[in-house]
Design a protein around this ligand. Structure first.
Ligand SMILES: Cc1cc2nc3c(=O)[nH]c(=O)nc-3n(C[C@H](O)[C@H](O)[C@H](O)COP(=O)(O)OP(=O)(O)OC[C@H]3O[C@@H](n4cnc5c(N)ncnc54)[C@H](O)[C@@H]3O)c2cc1C
Ligand SMILES: NC(=O)c1ccc[n+]([C@@H]2O[C@H](COP(=O)([O-])OP(=O)(O)OC[C@H]3O[C@@H](n4cnc5c(N)ncnc54)[C@H](OP(=O)(O)O)[C@@H]3O)[C@@H](O)[C@H]2O)c1
Length: 310
């Protein structure tokens, strides 16, 4: 059974998205006019996380800002030309190189294709493009970074860049994974803890083993009780669009200005959280340094978030 057959067999009744996907985007685009060659490839977890390094082998400069992605185009069997963005894991540098962290989605055409590449194989890409995550020089906020799965990727680039600049404020990273087997990059994260002035990270497992001593649950369960304040920091949410939108929705309801919430959705782009879900998440937050319009309204317009009167 070919990749396309397995993909279709996996997807009966999944609605128009898969069908649309199979009938759309298979033309070659001339925008993917850059070339990179696989320098190394390393399977980091048995659950399907692959780290890949590439040398840029065209004659254009590779100018990167943390948070940016490259768009990759590849001819994947009878799927035609698949195109998808991948955030860059490595920090900007003088060399024409970049690294990616790829989640091998079962039967996902492009991620499986990338994971199958060997050293010396070439890919077509465009970019880097997208927003920079680096705060402006006059910004005084702390940073609260939250990633699910391979959404951790641009944060490694960002923290390294900020470390080089001597970023003077706390940076807290919360990483949501499902299984203990999903954990990787620990040496690199620990190295950042020891080399960056005020950087700490915590891993939250949604399906932890009994002896797991880290955070237990989804980020939307485990992070809200840890944040003493909301008004003095920028929030960066990267990975599963469902987590991003739930967390961003709750933060915004609690009074965080949307300008202080940076979101990068890797998938679940169309997901919209319902009111009950958002209410549950809001209730887990302990910080009460901001005026919360939604809680104020829910409380009849005069009660505070803790249910007490003024
Ligand atoms: C801005 C941006 C940056 C991205 N950066 C990365 C990155 O750094 N690393 C990376 O692996 N992917 C990243 N992605 C996702 C990537 O572009 C592809 O969507 C992904 O590799 C799946 O493509 P596919 O052709 O294999 O499968 P598809 O058929 O396109 O996807 C199948 C299903 O896989 C799931 N899925 C997609 N991406 C992920 C993921 N990252 N983790 C878990 N499940 C997923 C979704 O449920 C999706 O419907 C990014 C996406 C965007 C929009
Ligand atoms: N291994 C499994 O059990 C399993 C299950 C479903 C799907 N998959 C597939 O495996 C692939 C890779 O998944 P992945 O683990 O890299 O990424 P992922 O599905 O985004 O999961 C990473 C982490 O994000 C959590 N998460 C999911 N939705 C969330 C939300 N709304 N709010 C907060 N946290 C949320 C997950 O918790 P949860 O564990 O609670 O989801 C998990 O802890 C995907 O294609 C997915 O469809 C695997």
């Amino acid at each position: 059974m070919g990749l396309r057959d397995r993909y279709q067999a996996r997807s009966p009744g999944m609605g128009p998205t898969i069908t649309d996907d199979l009938e759309r985007t298979w033309e070659k685009s001339s925008r993917y006019d850059r070339v990179a060659r696989v320098r190394s490839t390393e399977r980091l977890t048995e659950t399907g996380t692959v780290r890949m390094a590439f040398d840029v082998v065209d004659d254009q400069p590779f100018v990167l800002k943390p948070g940016q992605f490259v768009g990759i185009q590849a001819l994947v069997g009878d799927f035609g030309y698949r195109k998808s963005p991948y955030c860059v894991l490595s920090p900007p540098g003088d060399e024409q190189r970049f690294e990616l962290l790829i989640r091998v989605v079962p039967e996902g055409p492009l991620s499986c294709y990338l994971a199958s590449l060997k050293v010396g194989d070439e890919i077509s890409f465009r970019g880097p493009t997208g927003r920079s995550m680096v705060p402006k020089d006059d910004d005084t906020s702390q940073l609260c970074l939250m990633a699910t799965g391979v959404g951790i990727s641009p944060f490694l680039s960002l923290v390294k860049v900020l470390a080089d600049r001597g970023f003077p404020r706390p940076i807290r990273l919360y990483w949501g994974l499902r299984l203990v087997e999903d954990i990787c990059l620990i040496d690199e994260l620990d190295e950042l803890v020891s080399s960056v002035e005020d950087f700490q990270y915590q891993i939250s497992l949604s399906q932890p083993p009994e002896d797991w001593t880290g955070l237990r649950g989804r980020l939307t369960e485990t992070v809200p009780p840890l944040l003493e304040k909301l008004g003095d920091r920028r929030f960066y949410l990267v990975g599963n669009g469902a987590m991003n939108k739930e967390m961003a929705g709750a933060l915004s309801d609690l009074g965080v200005d949307r300008h202080f919430i940076y979101e990068e959705h890797y998938f679940n782009l169309k997901y919209q959280p319902d009111n009950d879900t958002l209410r549950e998440i809001r209730r887990r937050f302990v910080a009460n340094d901001l005026f919360s319009p939604v809680a104020h309204q829910e409380a009849g317009g005069w009660l505070q978030r803790d249910g007490q009167g003024p």
